[in-house]
Design a protein around this ligand. Structure first.
Ligand code: PLP
Length: 434
């Protein structure tokens, strides 16, 4: 048994935080509710490493929940932020930097001909839903259980990760009125989607989905399911919206839509597009996007939208990803980590279902039969207590994984072969020692 290192300063900081901030955290995903125990407070990050306030170092597999695909403090990103900083932090007026980032996004993402920048993924999905409704003149939004689209009232139904972990699938404060036009189906439920469109196709403004789900742990779509979503929306005059806040620039430079070969009408972005600063975006076909104010009448605005520092960090990140593609390396490291975790679980006799695409992965701890995880009903049968023990075993060995069974881990371009091997060794030890 490895002795747990002292985290007394984190313990004190959390006690103080709890008296100041609800639950001691500014976002519930950080609260360790899904694994038990107290969150760790950090003071710095470099490359693939996090350092906590008690001086312990961890290999980082959350990367700020996705944005840090290049690792922390990448020199090109830091230099871009410093250049922007020297010219002022916000003007509330247009800049050439926004044109530059817009050009990069449009060149990268197959479905995007025009793009609007906002400050978070939540704002991007909220705005895309409003635009889809404004464009089609319809109300219905189809979403899928276990897909998370930010804390938009209309979308806080069966919303995956934080909501699932905390056991509040429907939040108090979200009124029945706010969700009355939201229709929830199971992910990969192709027949249910067909039946819904057959019955109510002319009421549906949009089908909104994570094209590869990260927010109930990693769940991959069947090709039939995505193809049906594309075909049915087109046939019935609804829009297909891919929420690529997590998968955009992560699974490929052009996002999941590049590798899946299905082009949505609208795409939402966040996380990587801001390079670690607060930035989101939504975009799509020109004739749809030109309905957004002031080109059109669908209202959407933001005081800090397209903030110069965030735009600089995002542009530098996208340029680096495009100049020095990390995707083959991320795939190789992902495959190595997957094989290592599989072997560690088998050696310890622990039943798991491992799902991975590129640098995103989840090892679902199963209660028995090794059933494939394809949707929220199958994901939610996971043994979260077993995941919690594994999480702490890895923490004690210097590996920081997502603090919930229902979140994907992220590998960054800064991780080395040696890091992956050390992580696999830690997994062998953590799983053997339970
Ligand atoms: C993180 C996430 C969001 C919300 O983005 P925020 O920046 O946290 O508001 C929306 N959709 C998906 C798929 C996400 O992973």
């Amino acid at each position: 048994m490895t002795a747990s290192p002292s985290r007394s300063r984190s313990h004190e900081a959390f006690a103080r935080a709890r008296s100041l901030i609800p639950g001691g955290v500014n976002s519930p995903a950080r609260a360790f509710g899904g694994v038990g125990g107290e969150p760790i407070f950090f003071e710095r990050a470099d490359g693939q490493w996090l350092t906590d306030i008690d001086g312990h170092r961890y290999l980082d597999y959350i990367g700020s929940w996705g944005p840090m695909i290049l690792g922390h403090r990448h020199p090109r990103v830091v230099a871009a932020i410093e250049r922007a900083l020297s010219r002022g932090t916000s003007y509330g007026a247009p800049t050439e930097g926004e044109n530059h980032l817009a050009e990069l996004i449009i060149a990268a993402v197959p479905s995007i001909e025009k793009v609007r920048m906002v400050s978070s993924g939540t704002e991007a999905t909220m705005s895309a839903v409003r635009l889809a409704r404004g464009f089609t003149g319809r109300s219905g939004i189809v979403k899928f259980a276990g897909n998370y689209h930010g804390h938009v009232d209309a979308l806080l139904v069966a919303a995956g990760s934080s909501a699932a972990t905390l056991g509040v699938p429907d939040s108090p404060g979200v009124t029945a009125g706010a969700t009355q036009d939201t229709i929830v189906l199971d992910y990969n439920a192709t027949e249910a989607l067909e039946d819904l469109f057959a019955a109510r196709g002319d009421e549906i403004a949009a089908v909104l989905l994570e094209p590869v789900v990260g927010n109930m742990g990693l769940v991959v779509p069947s090709h039939d399911f995505l193809a049906a979503a594309r075909r049915l929306t087109e046939k019935h005059g609804a829009l297909l919206v891919f929420d690529e806040v997590m998968t955009g620039f992560r699974l490929a430079y052009g996002g999941a839509q590049e590798i899946l070969g299905i082009t949505p009408d609208l795409t939402t972005l966040g996380k990587i597009v801001g390079g670690g600063l607060p930035l989101g975006a939504y975009g799509g076909r020109r004739e749809i996007m030109d309905n957004v104010l002031p080109a059109g009448k669908v209202f959407q605005a933001g005081t800090l939208a397209g903030n110069p520092l965030a735009v600089a960090a995002g542009s530098a990140t996208l340029e680096e990803l495009s100049d020095h593609s990390p995707y083959p390396l991320l795939e190789r490291h992902g495959a190595r980590l997957e094989a290592g975790f599989r072997a560690a679980a088998a050696a310890a006799g622990v039943p798991v279902w491992i799902a991975r695409r590129g640098s995103m992965m989840t090892m679902f701890f199963q209660k028995g039969d090794g059933r494939p995880v394809v949707d929220w009903p199958t994901a939610s049968m996971s043994d979260t207590k077993a995941y919690g023990r594994f999480f702490w075993g890895m923490i004690d060995r210097g590996v920081y994984l997502p603090c919930s069974q229902y979140e994907a881990l992220f590998i960054s371009a800064a991780h080395t072969d040696a890091d992956i091997d050390a992580t696999v060794a830690a997994a062998h030890a953590a799983l053997a020692d339970r």
